[in-house]
Design a protein around this ligand. Structure first.
Ligand code: IPE
Ligand code: IPE
Ligand code: MG
Length: 273
C-alpha cells in the first residue's frame, strides 16, 4: 500500500468506484457567520478543488458533484447569477489543473437552460479532456434526475418511431446508455453534507443501489478529512444487491460460522455436555 492510503487509513480495494456528492449547506454556513449567502458558495468552490484532488489521489473512477439543480433556478435571480459567475470562474481557473491531473470532465444536466458562454467553456473542456483516462469528473449543473430520465425516454421513443430499434431492445443497460452519465459505472456512494436527509432529484436511476452517507458538516467545511471518513464508513458497509449476507460476503459468513462454533464449544465446555 502506498503512503497516501496508509496516511488516510484507507483500503484501496474497498473504495467506491463512483461517488456522488450533494454539496449542500453553503447558504447556512454563510448566514451563521452573518455573511451573504454567496460567501458560502465561494468557499464551497474551494472545497470542490480539494475534494477533487483527493478523489484523484484515491484513484476513484468517477466523482459526480451536484453544483446546481434544475430546481435551483427558482432561487432569487441575484443568487442564481452569482452562482453562474462562480461557475464561469471555476471553469476558467481550473481548466489547466483538470487537464494536468488527467481528469476527464463532463457536464450533466439540462444544457438548454445554460447561458451560451458557460456551455461553450464546458464543452471546450469536455473535448480537451476527452482522451484523459484518470478521474471522470461530472459536474451536475441545471441537473434534475427526472428531467434526465425523461430526456432519455424521448430519445428512445424517437429511435423506436423511426425504426432504428425495437421496443424489446430497451433493457436497463440500453436505457442507461441514454442518460447523461452514459459510460460511467453506477453510483456506489452518495454523500450529502449539511444534515439534510433527502435526495433532491439527484441521480435517481444511477444510485438505485448506492450507499448513502449524510454528514452534518456543511459543504464549505467539508475537507479531505471528512471525505476520508466517509470513504472509511463506506468501506465497512456490506452491499448485498438483494442477496443474503452469506451470499454477499462468504468470508464474513465463514467467520460468523466459526464464531458460532467457538461459542457452541465454549458452551459445551461450560455445561460439560
Ligand atoms: C448548496 O448550498 C449549493 C446550491 C444548492 C447551489 P445551499 O445554497 O443549498 O445552502 P443551504 O442549504 O441554503 O444552507
Ligand atoms: C440540492 O441542494 C442541490 C445542490 C446541492 C446543488 P438544495 O439545497 O437545493 O436542495 P433542497 O431543495 O433543499 O432539497
Ligand atoms: Mg441547500
Amino acid at each position: 500500500m502506498n503512503d497516501f492510503f496508509q496516511k488516510w487509513e484507507l483500503d484501496p480495494l474497498k473504495l467506491p468506484r463512483h461517488v456522488g456528492i450533494i454539496m449542500d449547506g453553503n447558504g447556512r454556513w454563510a448566514t451563521s457567520r452573518r455573511l451573504p449567502r454567496v460567501a458560502g458558495h465561494k468557499k464551497g468552490v474551494e472545497r470542490v478543488n480539494e475534494i477533487t484532488e483527493f478523489a484523484v489521489k484515491c484513484g476513484l473512477h468517477a466523482l459526480t458533484l451536484y453544483a446546481f439543480s434544475d430546481e435551483n433556478w427558482r432561487r432569487p435571480e441575484e443568487e442564481v447569477s452569482a452562482l453562474m459567475s462562480l461557475l464561469r470562474w471555476y471553469l476558467k481557473a481550473e481548466r489547466n489543473k483538470i487537464l494536468d491531473n488527467n481528469i476527464r470532465f463532463r457536464l450533466i444536466g439540462d444544457r438548454g437552460k445554460l447561458s451560451s458562454d458557460i456551455l461553450e467553456m464546458a464543452v471546450e473542456l469536455e473535448n480537451a479532456s476527452a482522451a484523459n483516462d484518470g478521474l471522470n469528473l461530472c459536474i451536475a449543473l441545471s441537473y434534475g434526475s427526472r428531467g434526465e430520465i425523461l430526456r432519455a425516454v424521448r430519445k428512445l421513443v424517437e429511435k423506436v418511431n423511426c425504426g432504428e430499434i425495437y421496443l424489446a431492445d430497451i433493457d436497463e443497460q440500453y436505457f442507461a446508455e441514454h442518460l447523461d452519465t452514459h459510460g460511467l459505472p453506477e453510483v456506489d456512494l452518495v454523500i450529502r453534507t449539511s444534515g439534510e436527509q433527502r435526495v433532491s432529484n439527484f441521480l435517481l436511476w444511477q444510485s438505485a443501489y448506492a450507499e448513502y452517507i449524510f454528514e452534518n458538516t456543511p459543504w464549505p467545511d467539508f475537507s479531505e478529512v471528512h471525505f476520508a471518513e466517509s470513504l472509511k464508513k463506506y468501506s465497512v458497509r456490506e452491499r448485498r444487491f438483494g442477496r443474503t449476507p452469506e451470499q454477499a460476503n462468504p468470508a464474513s459468513a465463514a467467520d460468523s460460522k466459526s464464531d458460532r462454533q467457538r461459542i457452541h464449544l465454549k458452551a459445551v465446555k461450560a455445561t460439560g455436555q
